[in-house]
Ligand binder design. Structure first.
Ligand SMILES: [Zn+2]
Length: 72
């Protein structure tokens, strides 16, 4: 589980400078940016908030995200 406190403070690193970068929590496995659609995997309960990682999943629709996320 990722704590509610952590989920509330996390923002998309690609968007937060100019916008809110709010994230949607999806199936306890992903954080999806409402602004840009980057998708950040949660691995072993740790959100991987790397822009490069988020970009890998840009063209994947939310419904097609693997649950749980792949290790690499
Ligand atoms: Zn974003």
């Amino acid at each position: 589980m990722v704590s509610q406190e952590l989920l509330e403070i996390l923002r998309c690193p690609a968007c937060v400078q100019e916008k809110e970068g709010l994230l949607d929590y999806y199936k306890e496995s992903w954080l999806v940016c409402r602004e840009c659609g980057r998708k950040y995997p949660i691995r072993q309960d740790i959100p991987v908030m790397l822009i490069d990682e988020g970009e890998r999943w840009l063209s994947t629709t939310v419904e097609n995200l693997p649950v749980p996320p792949p290790d690499k």
